[in-house]
Design a protein around this ligand. Structure first.
Ligand code: 6PG
Length: 472
């Protein structure tokens, strides 16, 4: 009999199954195509003895210890519902279905509600780290009933990544909380990647540096405040050469970015919750604009670049670029965590902010020591926004000027920096005592009698002196 069941032997499912087996748990595996299941087990080397290939769901269920823990690693969406439908008649009291795919948290909430009255538990769980993470230690964000988590905890903590020996796995809240946290992780990932790409593009355009030289700069930054997995892989990618053409790999790759949807979900939710994470939204937008390749090629000759882009040396610009990227990164994470805080209130999830930052320190795509600082900032428990934490106030005070200077170079050179520009706009809006919102309120009242608050009196429904003359 096996201790864990796993359905779906795609790249992520297969890696996760091997990881579980590697941690001394026996795993019964099932894939829709039986040949894939048998091949997987046959190729599992010394882990084979802990894996049982099951050709049907019935045999998967029969091969599992009770209460059963069945992990789904299938395509998010209808496939998950179909899999739940197929499993339910076979399961018994106390069995647990864990959806480990990149589900939309609203689907997870719906599934939780659907199974709430049934004897079977449903747990939506975010897993980050790509193929390598799944195989050797991902970050794991568990949702669902807190009372069910202890049954999953030993396995999940065993397979999770570790940061200073602490497993990067936690129960973050009920129902869809795990998938929501994963979605925000991905949104932040989009913003982080986009900002790195913007800095790369600027270096390329205004300094004329080669990808390899720029890669070396990123490698240098990786031992400073920007130290992170995404910076590390960027350095590696930029140093790579296409074996066929001898060209830098990055120049051979078509500049049309794909996206599977989680960045969009994170953006939509941030707007719906009234905490627009503009850097994430811009990152999604930039990918969408990049995908308009044919139109871009048509538009390019319509607007020949006659811009004042003074050549700059990479050595001179480097310190400013590093600070600009750091400032942008702080704003992106501030926005992402702000959305988590609003969601936590709206859904009464009580998301453990410091713990979320802690489990992102290793295993996941945005892993970095920066998240350790975020965890410390949230640890006291009453932080309204990362931009108010002492550590980050110091970083921003020391770097926002560089962001301004870098953006002005980019604007003059015609290099788009949507994510970094929106980071600065957010920062400038957030730290301002007075904003132009008084005028917005006046406009709203003028055309729609929406009312406003006054600085000098209590109350919410004042009107301006314009109503009488309206249309007059
Ligand atoms: C992770 C990644 C992973 C994946 C996404 C994003 O945390 O392991 O975020 O979930 O890379 O599929 O992919 P897109 O860029 O295609 O949206």
């Amino acid at each position: 009999m096996a201790q864990v069941g796993l359905i779906g032997l795609g790249v992520m499912g297969a890696s996760l199954a091997l990881n579980i087996a590697d941690n001394k748990y026996s795993v019964a595996v099932y894939n829709r195509t039986a040949a894939i299941t048998h091949d997987f087990v046959a190729n599992a080397g010394e882990l084979q003895s802990r894996l049982t290939a099951c050709e049907t769901l019935q045999s998967l269920v029969e091969n599992l210890d009770r209460p059963r823990m069945i992990v789904l690693m299938v395509t998010a969406g209808e496939v998950v519902d179909a899999q739940i439908d197929a499993l339910l008649p076979l399961l018994e009291d106390g069995d647990i279905i864990v959806d480990a795919g990149n589900a939309n948290y609203l689907d997870t909430r719906r599934r939780n509600e659907r199974l709430a009255g049934s004897p079977v538990h449903f747990v939506g769980m975010g897993v980050s780290g790509g193929e390598e993470g799944a195989r050797f230690g991902p970050a794991i964000m568990v949702g669902g009933d807190a009372a069910v988590y202890p049954q999953l905890e030993p396995v999940l903590k065993a397979i999770a990544a570790r940061y200073n020996d602490a497993p990067c796995c936690a129960h973050v809240g009920p129902d869809g909380a795990g998938h929501f946290v994963k979605t925000m992780h991905n949104g932040i990932e989009y913003a982080d990647m986009q900002m790195i790409a913007e800095i790369y593009e600027l270096m390329r355009t205004v300094t004329g540096a080669t990808p390899a030289q720029i890669g070396a700069t990123f490698a240098e930054w990786n031992s400073g405040a920007l130290d992170s997995y995404l910076i590390e892989i960027t350095a590696e990618v930029l140093g790579a050469v296409d074996p066929d053409s001898g060209q830098p790999m990055v120049d051979v790759i078509l500049d049309r970015a794909g996206q599977k949807g989680t960045g969009g979900w994170a953006s939509i939710e941030s707007i719906a919750m009234g905490a627009p994470a503009t850097t994430l939204i811009e990152a999604v937008g930039a990918r969408a604009v990049s995908s308009l390749l044919t139109e871009r090629l048509q538009a390019a000759p319509l607007y020949p670049l006659a811009l004042d882009s003074e050549a700059q040396s990479i050595e001179t610009l480097k310190p400013q670029l590093e600070k600009a990227l750091l400032a942008g990164k702080v704003c992106a994470y501030a926005q992402g965590f702000a959305v988590l805080q609003v969601a936590s209130k709206d859904y009464q999830w009580q998301l453990p902010m410091a713990e979320i930052a802690r489990i992102w320190r290793a295993g996941c795509i945005i892993r970095s020591s920066f998240l350790d600082d975020i965890a410390s900032a949230f640890a006291p428990g009453d932080l309204p926004n990362l931009l108010q934490a002492k550590h980050f106030v110091a970083i921003m005070s020391n770097s926002h000027q560089s962001l301004r200077e870098v953006l002005s170079i980019a604007i003059k050179a015609g290099v788009p920096m949507p994510a970094l520009s929106s980071a600065l706009a957010y920062f400038d809006g957030y730290r301002r005592e007075r904003t132009s919102a008084s005028l917005i309120q006046a406009q709203r009242d003028f055309f729609g009698a929406h009312g406003f608050e006054r600085r000098d009196r209590e109350g919410r429904d004042f009107h301006g002196p314009w109503g009488m003359d309206y249309d007059g």
